[in-house]
Design a protein around this ligand. Structure first.
Ligand code: AMP
Length: 195
């Protein structure tokens, strides 16, 4: 059974790590719109060049462009066969509505909200000591996440698709929580065990 999942989490919540576990466990294709845009910039495509200034400025690329990119990717054979883990999309309620259209017969199984408090992610980011992890930059990104993403969590909650998982603990502990929550909803565990 191909799953169609979305993952949300503040920067520093461990979204990248848990995405990899989800790919390994459920065979879904990881589709990160941020990665796709960065690849388009590296390839110097017209779309990439247009997106670059917006991204550098910390803004959002327009919904039409994003929905076109995602529609194209979700129509590809690997996604149709194996399902998807969307990371970075949807970013706005308009994109969420459009995602439903794009998926058509394929339904969203769950939106995973990897919950780590602002205090905890701030500590984690300051500890890893990257150059762009100044207290000011961290605060700006976290503020944007609240304003951008909160309405989307509500959108998924209203459709009974939101699965909030405590992101504190070891990688394995956190993934166990995600897996158990998904299995409870989708019974996918039984399917994959039978394989
Ligand atoms: P991310 O790697 O998901 O943090 O994305 C990096 C940047 O790409 C964001 O700050 C946005 O400028 C842009 N971006 C990625 N996904 C989207 C999206 N779904 N809608 C609009 N802009 C996006």
């Amino acid at each position: 059974m191909a799953l169609h999942l979305v993952i949300f989490g503040r920067q520093g919540a461990g979204k990248g790590t848990q995405s990899q576990h989800l790919v390994d466990a459920f065979g879904v294709v990881h589709v990160s719109t941020g990665d796709m845009l960065r690849a388009a910039i590296a390839d110097e495509t017209e779309m990439g060049l247009a997106a670059q200034a917006i991204m550098d400025d910390g803004g959002l690329v327009d919904d039409d462009t994003m929905c076109a990119i995602v529609a194209d990717r979700l129509g590809a054979e690997d996604v149709v066969a194996n399902g998807v883990l969307l990371d970075g999309f949807p970013r706005t309620p308009t994109q969420a509505e459009k995602l439903v259209d794009i998926l058509g017969d394929r339904t969203i199984d769950a939106a995973i909200n990897l919950e780590v408090s602002i205090e905890q992610v701030t500590t984690r980011m300051l500890d890893r000591g990257r150059d762009d992890d100044t207290p000011e930059a961290i605060e700006k990104r976290l503020r944007l996440y609240e304003s951008e993403t909160r309405p989307l969590l509500e959108w998924f909650e209203a459709r009974d698709l939101l699965v909030t998982v405590d992101g504190l603990g070891t990688e394995a502990e956190v993934f166990d929580r995600i897996r158990l929550s998904l299995e409870a909803r989708t019974q996918v565990g039984r399917v994959s065990e039978a394989e």
